[in-house]
Design a protein around this ligand. Structure first.
Ligand code: G4P
Length: 532
């Protein structure tokens, strides 16, 4: 098979959701259709499946290892699927954001009773920033929830994008009978069985078809006809380009637990979702995924916690060409050659040695000496992909070294862990000219991992004093003379990041708004300014 055909088959995506919306369940069902798991539905099978996707993370957590976002790789209907796993609420960290950098598209999963929730909103913002195409799946239709039309409105209002429902639910809660496919004009009715069996889809010429009337109770039929009419009159038109630009989200309704609508959803999604696309390279313009020179970028680094082996695993998204085990590639940042010999294909916790992979795939490889860091490009031809930006931290803690005699070791550890992206390190100077260090993170777990690793790998004890009053951080950008004389609100804290860029910590959105009002010539940015 040609490289072009290999690339065209690949779909690399992530599922974003708020905890409990049903991401694990939906992932399990995808794996089931992909033949990667045998049984779905029974409690024992479910437990086994969960080990694949999440339990091993608990194990890692008990051992204090950084929580990984990895990838599930399986094939389905001629597609090769790379499903990037983004950890749930308690595991939320910058890793979760960075994983989205390796995805070509995203499924946004929403609980029909809860609608748009905070975690989904945060992750969606990253998709928006990167213009990642998003398909929405509204889950748990077998339970009573919000009105479907109201949910569309909620998504449009919250995210400022258009929605286009590809299917429409027929009833809800215990009266959820199936879905109407608006594209193929087919009705899919389901039966609630242990393994989520469904009746064969039934082609209908139109909603006036006698068969539809016979199949649905009168009230459900009228409701369906009415709602579809509303969609036709008041809804958006579907435009695939607008979806690819991230300005429209195709919406599907279903129930992951009972399998209602899942197979149809997966089939539609794989058709809609883009295969790997060309990527901007700072050296020689756009790089096409089917270009024969291998290239990729590192989006995650995980230290191996086995004290006998101080190696790390880097997770690399292949952007062009093909990979072969033992291949030697350039690390443009240092000009050195890196040999990718211990490379793995990942399936949850299992690591299988991989001999070949193609653009769109994710590989993990071990290394122990090279100074690799997140965002680094590895390639055969000269290439340098865009950096992965840091995200504004939302949790902060003052850090103090309990063993001042080990200052060198403390500095070395902090530098290395910051390089790996475990945490962000910010510096400040107080009124007396004393300097100090603040750790910034987007999830609590990052502090725990940081503390654990400093202790086990560098033998350094630290004290953390949390600063719950600060909840927002922004990079400050503007003309130097304006920054010098800018107004600082009493409650805002001036800090610099590890690249010496000026930032401010705030106690809430209101504080950012106030500072913005007082300093109209200055920008308060969620990502570092590009000219720094
Ligand atoms: P998460 O990974 O997003 O956190 O969610 P997860 O799949 O673990 O699902 C959270 C809860 O929602 C689970 O119930 C799960 O069974 C349920 N759920 C998922 N999809 C559906 C659906 O389509 N319909 C209904 N009614 N429930 C759904 P639990 O009671 O917390 O766990 P369990 O005992 O069922 O495993």
């Amino acid at each position: 098979m040609s490289l072009f055909e290999e690339v065209r088959k690949r779909r690399t995506f992530a599922i974003i959701s708020h905890p409990d919306a049903g991401k694990t369940t939906l992932t399990e069902k995808f794996l089931l259709y992909g033949g990667a798991l045998q049984l779905a539905g029974s409690v024992s099978a479910k437990k086994k499946q969960r080990q694949v996707t999440s339990d091993w993370m608990d194990l890692e957590r008990q051992r204090g290892i950084s929580i990984s976002s990895t990838v599930l790789n399986f094939s389905y209907n001629g597609y090769i699927i790379n499903l990037l796993d983004t950890p749930g609420h308690q595991d939320f960290s910058e890793d979760t954001y960075r994983t989205l950098m390796a995805a070509d598209s995203v499924i946004m999963l929403i609980d029909n009773a809860k609608g748009v929730e905070t975690q989904t909103r945060k992750l969606f913002e990253v998709c928006r920033m990167r213009k990642i195409p998003v398909v929405t799946f509204i889950n748990k239709m077998d339970r009573f929830g919000k009105e479907p039309l109201g949910l569309l409105d909620e998504i449009e209002q919250h995210f400022g994008i258009k929605t286009y429902p590809f299917n429409w639910p027929i009833g809800e809660g215990e009266f959820f009978k199936g879905v109407y496919d608006r594209i193929h004009k087919t009705i899919h009715l389901f039966e609630k069985t242990e393994h989520g069996k469904y009746k064969a889809p039934m082609q209908v010429s139109s909603l006036n078809d006698e068969k539809v009337r016979e199949l649905l109770p009168g009230e459900l039929y009228s409701q369906l006809v009415e709602e579809l009419e509303i969609l036709d009159i008041a809804g958006s038109e579907y435009s695939h380009d607008t979806y690819l630009d991230g300005d429209l989200t195709p919406v599907f309704f279903g129930s992951a637990m009972t399998n209602f609508g899942i197979e149809q959803f997966l089939n539609h999604f794989l058709e809609l979702a883009p295969a790997p696309q060309s990527k901007k390279c700072r050296v020689n313009g756009l790089v096409h995924p089917a270009d024969d020179g291998f290239s990729g970028f590192i989006f995650k680094i995980q230290a191996n916690m086995d004290p006998n082996h101080r190696d790390c695993i880097a997770f690399l998204r292949i952007c062009s060409g093909s990979f072969e085990r033992n291949m030697a590639v350039e690390h443009p940042k240092t000009g050195k050659t890196v040999r990718l010999n211990y490379s793995h294909k990942l399936f949850g916790q299992d690591r299988e040695t991989i001999d070949q992979a193609f653009a769109g795939d994710i590989i993990g490889f071990s290394y122990n000496k090279e100074p690799l860091s997140i965002g680094d490009t590895l390639s055969i031809k000269p290439c340098q992909y865009e950096m992965i930006p840091p995200f504004p931290p939302e949790m902060f803690a003052l850090v103090r070294n309990k063993n001042p005699d080990k200052f060198k070791q403390f500095t070395k550890g902090i530098r290395q862990l910051a390089l790996e992206g475990v945490i962000q390190v910010l510096h400040f100077e107080d009124d007396l000219g004393q300097t100090g260090m603040i750790l910034g993170a987007v999830g609590q777990l990052q502090f725990e991992v940081f503390q654990y690793r400093l202790q086990t790998e560098y033998n350094i004890e630290i004290e953390l004093n949390f600063m719950p009053e600060y909840t927002h951080a922004r990079w400050i950008h503007g003309p130097a003379e304006k920054i010098e004389t800018m107004y600082w609100q009493y409650s805002a804290k001036k800090v610099t990041d590890s690249h010496d860029r000026l930032m401010a910590l705030f106690q809430g959105e209101w504080s950012i708004d106030y500072m913005q009002e007082k300093n109209p010539d200055i920008e308060f940015l969620k990502v570092p300014p590009t000219d720094t």
